[in-house]
Design a protein around this ligand. Sequence first.
Ligand SMILES: Nc1ncnc2c1ncn2[C@@H]1O[C@H](COP(=O)(O)OP(=O)(O)OP(=O)(O)O)[C@@H](O)[C@H]1O
Ligand SMILES: [Mg+2]
Length: 250
Amino acid sequence: MRIKDLDQLKVREDVFDEITLLALYKMVNKGWISAIGGSISTGKEANVFLADRKEEQVAIKIYMTRTANFQKMQNYIAGDRRFINIGKTRRDIVFAWTRKEFSNLKRALEAGLAVPKPLVFDRNILVMEFLGEDEIPYPQLRVAKIPDPAVVYASLMESLRILWQTAKLVHGDLSEYNILYGGGKAWLIDMGQAVTPDHPHSIIFLRRDLEQLNRFFSPLCETMVLIEAMRQVTGIPHLPENAGTELSEA
Ligand SMILES: Nc1ncnc2c1ncn2[C@@H]1O[C@H](COP(=O)(O)OP(=O)(O)OP(=O)(O)O)[C@@H](O)[C@H]1O
Ligand SMILES: [Mg+2]
């Protein structure tokens, strides 16, 4: 469907509220996107669409101001020094979240990691590189055919190490849903919640991310002992055994 049919889009799909429509119009007027294609994913927090931008295909992620989980968003934003002066309304928080995902992806990309290249954002809309081939998105890791799981596991460990030590980020919601597999490698996506290592809960998030990774890979290949993985990723050789557990918080 062409973008000039935005009014039809509004009728067809109730995901586009007034703010989103305005932001989309603005993006078209500025030439940031030229057409919206099919839906890639519809979720609770966001919808992802295929779109055209000049000659290339892009993915556009639209955060829904009505249904997003604000409490969760606020918890992640609260400890992040990059986002101290944002407003308090639902919209303010969703807009800040969108900006946060853009900035997180940019930092990860600059550190050389396999993430979708962020292209532009406005309000609750993020435009990024489309990860896929012939309009088909790469599959999530949970359904992908992985020829050599040990190699992919090791590459993800290395990605998390670079994410922490160079990009200065911890993903915070890592799972086989937020990793795409295609073109021979694993891509980290969905980085809105990623926080810096100085966030008060960064070690808790890291522990959980690595637990998720180990849970998924342990039936497929040999995995690292959790605390060893945490030490490798952070580069802190004496990180205490219970770091990031409730006990360590007491
Ligand atoms: N750049 C991209 N290229 C191709 N597919 C993508 C891209 N970004 C996201 N997707 C697809 O859309 C799905 C949802 O994206 P994402 O994980 O970023 O949103 P989400 O925050 O989890 O949304 P919700 O929580 O509402 O499901 C992904 O699992 C992936 O399949
Ligand atoms: Mg996701």
